[in-house]
Design a protein around this ligand. Structure first.
Ligand code: SAM
Ligand code: SF4
Length: 329
C-alpha cells in the first residue's frame, strides 16, 4: 500500500534532518560563521521522531533517510537508529553523513542493519576540501570512505559540482567508481546556503555529463527505479557507477516519492517549498496517532507538481534564509 499524491505519485520515502548542527562549514550549505541554530527544544525528540516514523511506516512508507546537519553530532543517534529498526516497518534505513564522525560506529551500524550510507565528498584534493568545507578533515573522510568499502557498506558519494571550484574533480571522482563498487553522484548546486552567497551560474547536469564523456564516451545509461533522482551510467570496466542529480534543473519531479521533515519539525512536501506545516507543534498539542495519520494524508495532497511550482509559492517574507543543514538535503 502506497500513499498517492494528487499527481498520482507514490509517496513512500521520508527524509528527516535530525539536527541542524554541523562540524563542517561547506560554503554551499552555510556561511563561515555557521547558521543560527534552533534551540534544542525546537528539534524533534527521538520519541517524537519514532512516533512519526511508526505512523508513516503504517501508511506505507518503506524508506527513511536520516540526515542533518551532521546526524552523528546528535547525542545517541545510534539509539534512534535502533528504535527505527525495532519498528520493523522500514525496508531501507539510510544515512547521509559528512563522514567525519562515522568510523567508530561502523560495527554498530552493521548490527542494526543500516548498510547504505551516502558520504559527502566534493573533491579528492586536500586543499580544495579545506576551501569547500572550511575544515581540515580530508584524510579522516577518505579513511572513512575506505573503511566503508572494506566493510562492504553500500556507499554513495555525494559531490556538489560548482563552476570554478571543483569541476576538475569530476574525472578523479569517477575513477573511484572504476576502482570500487561505489556510486558517485554529481549534484547540481542548489540555492540553500543560509545566505552565504549568491548562486552564480550553475554547473548543470549537461555540463557534468559532457566532461564525463570526454573520458568515458561509451557511458551507458542504466534504467532507473521509481523515485530515483540520479540519472545513472556505467561501463563494463567500472566496479561501481556514476550518477548525475539535476537538483537545480529539477528534471525528476514527475517521479518524486519524498516527504521531508526539517530539523525544527517542519514538513516540506518539496525541497523548494517553504515548509508547509509544523508537525512538531501539531504533535506537541496533544493530538492522537489517528489525527497525525490524517494530517500526513492531507499534507501529501499538497505536494506541488514540481520544484518550480513550489518555489513560486515561497514566502518572500521569510527572514532566515534557508540552509541545507536544516533542510537535510
Ligand atoms: N552533513 C551531512 C552531509 O554533508 O552529508 C548531511 C546533511 S547535508 C545538508 C546533505 C547533502 O546535501 C550533502 O550531500 C550535501 O553535499 C548536500 N548539499 C548541501 N548544500 C547543498 C546545496 N546548496 N546544493 C546541493 N547540495 C547541497
Ligand atoms: Fe555540514 Fe553537510 Fe552542510 Fe557540509 S553539507 S556544512 S557537512 S550539513
Amino acid at each position: 500500500m502506497y500513499l498517492k499524491d494528487s499527481f498520482e505519485r507514490n509517496i513512500n520515502y521520508v527524509r528527516i534532518a535530525v539536527t541542524d548542527r554541523c562540524n563542517l562549514r561547506c560554503f554551499y550549505c552555510m556561511p563561515e560563521k555557521g547558521i543560527e541554530y534552533e534551540p534544542k527544544s525546537h528539534l524533534l525528540s527521538y520519541e517524537e521522531i519514532t512516533r512519526l516514523l511508526k505512523i508513516l511506516g503504517n501508511l506505507g512508507f518503506s524508506k527513511v533517510r536520516f540526515t542533518g546537519g551532521e546526524p552523528f553530532l546528535r547525542k545517541d543517534f545510534i539509539k534512534l537508529l535502533e528504535n527505527t529498526a525495532a519498528l520493523n516497518l522500514f525496508e531501507n534505513i539510510h544515512i547521509t553523513s559528512n563522514g567525519t564522525l562515522l568510523e567508530k560506529y561502523l560495527s554498530k551500524l552493521k548490527k542494526i542493519g543500516v548498510s547504505k550510507i551516502n558520504l559527502s565528498l566534493d573533491t579528492l584534493d586536500k586543499e580544495r576540501f579545506r576551501k569547500i568545507t572550511r575544515r581540515d578533515d580530508f584524510f579522516k573522510v577518505m579513511q572513512t570512505f575506505h573503511q566503508l568499502i572494506q566493510e562492504s557498506f553500500n556507499v554513495k558519494v555525494n559531490a556538489v559540482i560548482m563552476h570554478g571550484v571543483n569541476t576538475e574533480d569530476i574525472l578523479p571522482l569517477a575513477e573511484l567508481a572504476v576502482k570500487y563498487p561505489v556510486s558517485i553522484r554529481y549534484i547540481e548546486e542548489m540555492p540553500f546556503n543560509g545566505g552565504a552567497k549568491e548562486n552564480n551560474k550553475i554547473f548543470n547536469h549537461k555540463d557534468i555529463l559532457q566532461i564525463l564523456k570526454t573520458m568515458y564516451p561509451g557511458l551507458s545509461k542504466i534504467e532507473g527505479k521509481h523515485g530515483d533522482t540520479a540519472s545513472e551510467y556505467t561501463l563494463p570496466e567500472f566496479k561501481g557507477k556514476i550518477g548525475i542529480i539535476p537538483a537545480f534543473s529539477r528534471t525528476f519531479c514527475n517521479t518524486c516519492n519524498r516527504l521531508r521533515i526539517t530539523a525544527n519539525g517542519d514538513i516540506k512536501t518539496c525541497l523548494y517549498d517553504n515548509g508547509v506545516f509544523s508537525i512538531r507543534d501539531f504533535i506537541r498539542s496533544g493530538v492522537t496517532d489517528e489525527q497525525i495519520k490524517v494530517k500526513f494524508k492531507e499534507l501529501i495532497q499538497l505536494k506541488p507538481k514540481d520544484g518550480f511550482e513550489a518555489s513560486k509559492s515561497k514566502n518572500k517574507q521569510i527572514i532566515r534564509s534557508e540552509s541545507m543543514s536544516s533542510i537535510g538535503g
